[in-house]
Design a binder for this molecule. Structure first.
Ligand code: AMP
Length: 394
């Protein structure tokens, strides 16, 4: 019987999963799937093999209101049939925040779980969902190792100055500092980019542009700086998150507009970003297809923020050798890539329009001083590999 590792990325309305076959130290994805629209309209489940063939699927009735516990139970009823010939050795989980303490993946027990639950206020959109599923699995399958893999961990190479806010020391010492996120995605890109272009071992800015969006400055594949800080709110405007904001705005919302903390949190995390500015959608495809001025404003603001942050990150690195686009928008939106690259002409980026439209690999000309690339990310592969290493070391 073949050993296997499952990977789970649990969000507020979806559970994404993948299973990797373990052949010695080599991991091979065998299937991947998701349960989407949990707790919202009509939940959907699908699982495919690596060739993209649908192995199983289900659509619940409109208004079925599947809870995350129901979805987890369904997933673990369904998995054995899909895992024929495999023995599940461990489950690796994406956990957004590891705080100051967790700089490497860790097997979760009751003590680790409660330490991670204490970080929920720092990532209210993700951490509760990541951990709820781990808590369920610790209770239902106590012998199966649950490994937490952190989005913050990749950034622990940043300098103390880079991570500091100019706040009183006693507040900083309580852990109020920049952490950075999307680390699992950045770790994947760092692990493959040098094979594309040896120059990407130098000064690189990786743009993870998805529903959540951030940028990471790397030197030699290590994180030097990131646009995200204490929480996953900072930096670029995102699908529904505001990005960088004068902290005085928060005081104004509370003092002048009389919002309570819950209302402020909802504005900053759920009602802002592309959705808030456009008034239409958090989805870049919808905005690109729309001809309303507010949709255009939302895209313009997104591009403008990237331009500012790219300048700042290039300054932090002392120059730039390459940029890499990844995640849903970065991998698929030729429009966003084109505008970002044209704005970065002053840094030495010379866009190859045809290559950009083709949408794979290098999208700059052969003479471009700074090369730009599209590299699809694979957070699941990183989680599976981290999980394998933790159980191998146990
Ligand atoms: P992710 O969070 O990485 O799944 O990315 C989700 C984002 O990618 C959403 O804003 C989508 O609209 C965007 N996206 C996916 N495909 C495309 C596309 N073909 N063109 C523009 N945006 C896209």
């Amino acid at each position: 019987m073949q050993d296997a590792i499952a990977v789970i990325n649990a969000g507020s309305s979806s559970i994404k999963f993948a299973v990797f076959d373990e052949q010695g130290s080599v991991l091979q994805r065998v299937l991947a799937g998701s349960i989407r629209d949990i707790g919202t309209s009509s939940p959907r489940f699908i699982v495919k093999n690596v060739a993209g063939k649908i192995l199983d699927s289900k659509q619940w009735e409109e208004g079925a209101l599947l809870s995350q516990e129901d979805a987890t139970a369904f997933l673990f009823e369904m998995l054995p049939a899909q895992l024929k010939g495999h023995r599940l050795r461990a489950i690796g989980h994406r956990v957004v925040h590891g705080g100051e303490h967790y700089l490497a993946p860790v097997r979760v027990d009751a003590e680790v779980l409660s330490a991670l639950e204490a970080l929920i206020p720092l990532a209210p959109l993700h951490q509760p969902h990541n951990l709820a599923l781990i808590r369920t699995l610790l209770a239902t399958t106590p012998g199966l190792p649950q490994i937490a893999c952190f989005d913050t961990a990749f950034h622990h190479t940043q300098s103390s100055i880079e991570r500091a806010f100019a706040l009183p020391r006693d507040i900083t010492e309580r852990g109020v500092r920049r952490y950075g996120f999307h680390g699992l995605s950045y770790e994947y890109i760092a692990s493959v980019m040098v094979q594309r272009d040896p120059k990407l071992a130098g000064r690189v800015v990786v743009l993870h542009l998805g529903n959540g969006a951030s940028m990471c400055a790397m030197q030699d594949g290590k994180s030097v700086s990131s646009t995200m800080g204490f929480t996953a709110l900072d930096g670029l405007p995102m699908g529904t998150r505001c990005g960088t904001l004068d902290p005085g705005v928060v005081l104004y919302l509370m003092d002048a507009l009389k919002m309570n903390p819950g209302q402020v949190e909802s504005v900053l995390y759920q009602q802002s970003g592309l959705l808030g500015v456009s008034g239409i959608s958090s989805d870049m495809r919808t905005l690109e297809a729309s001809d309303t001025p507010h949709a255009r404003d939302a895209i313009d603001l997104f591009i403008h923020s990237i331009k500012r942050q790219l300048g700042a990150l290039a300054a932090t690195l002392g120059g730039l050798d390459g940029i890499v686009f990844t995640a849903g928008i970065g991998e698929n939106s030729a429009l966003v890539r084109e505008r970002v690259c044209l704005d970065a002409a002053w840094l030495g980026v010379e866009l190859d329009q045809a290559a950009n439209r083709a949408g794979v690999g290098q999208i700059t000309t052969a003479s471009s001083a700074v090369s730009a690339w599209i590299i699809p990310t694979d957070e699941e592969a990183v989680i599976a590999e981290q999980t394998r290493r933790v159980i191998a070391a146990a």
